[in-house]
Design a protein around this ligand. Structure first.
Ligand SMILES: [Zn+2]
Ligand SMILES: [Zn+2]
Length: 198
């Protein structure tokens, strides 16, 4: 970013950044960016963050998640974002310092209302793309305060935590090892893996 970048960044700038990642701009990126911006306002955080105070759970991957990332500064690669794959365009934003969390999802009326905000659009897809950029938050999005039912500090774990699986010998980081009897095992060996050796 340059010194003359507006702060907080405008939706337009965030979408340019998100579109850069994808070589296209689509309605889901807009939703992701709008959710991230709203979360910043509601939680009183300056976003996109450079620190790791905000932690985000996205409920689907794809374009949406990158819209959320550019708006919040939460990235899988920075360990400030986690995919909980419900197949939903929704996200929960956690202020890890204040212990406050909000979940945001699209209003069930958002698609229908899009035609009001983008009357001349050449297709429904274009109507969503344009309308989602200008619709007021309260028409586009739904918000609820939530509490996490998982142990976030355990999920985040700590730097430098290392173990070795006693069956496959591979290294395990982030305290993801399991204890079975006296054995320390990786999840693949303990519970079965998503792959099989051929
Ligand atoms: Zn897309
Ligand atoms: Zn193993």
């Amino acid at each position: 970013m340059h010194d003359d970048d507006p702060h907080p960044p405008t939706l337009e700038r965030l979408l340019a950044q998100s579109a850069d990642l994808h070589r296209h701009l689509c309605p889901r990126q807009v939703l992701g960016a709008r959710m991230g911006m709203l979360a910043g306002r509601l939680l009183g955080l300056e976003l996109p963050q450079t620190a790791r105070r905000l932690y985000t759970f996205v409920e689907t991957d794809g374009c949406f998640a990158d819209g959320v990332s550019v708006a919040t500064g939460c990235w899988l690669g920075r360990r400030t974002m986690r995919l909980v794959d419900y197949g939903k365009v929704a996200a929960t934003f956690v202020d890890t310092r204040a212990g406050q969390a909000i979940r945001i999802w699209p209003s069930p009326q958002a698609r229908e209302r899009a035609s009001v905000y983008a009357p001349g659009a050449k297709s429904r897809w274009h109507a969503y793309l344009d309308a989602y950029q200008v619709m007021p938050d309260e028409e586009l999005l739904c918000v609820r305060q939530v509490t996490l039912t998982l142990d976030l500090p355990a999920l985040i774990s700590r730097n430098g935590a290392r173990a070795h699986c006693e069956r496959c010998g591979e290294e395990i980081i982030n305290e993801r090892e399991l204890r079975r009897g006296n054995a320390v095992l990786c999840r693949a060996c303990a519970d079965g893996a998503y792959y099989a050796h051929t």
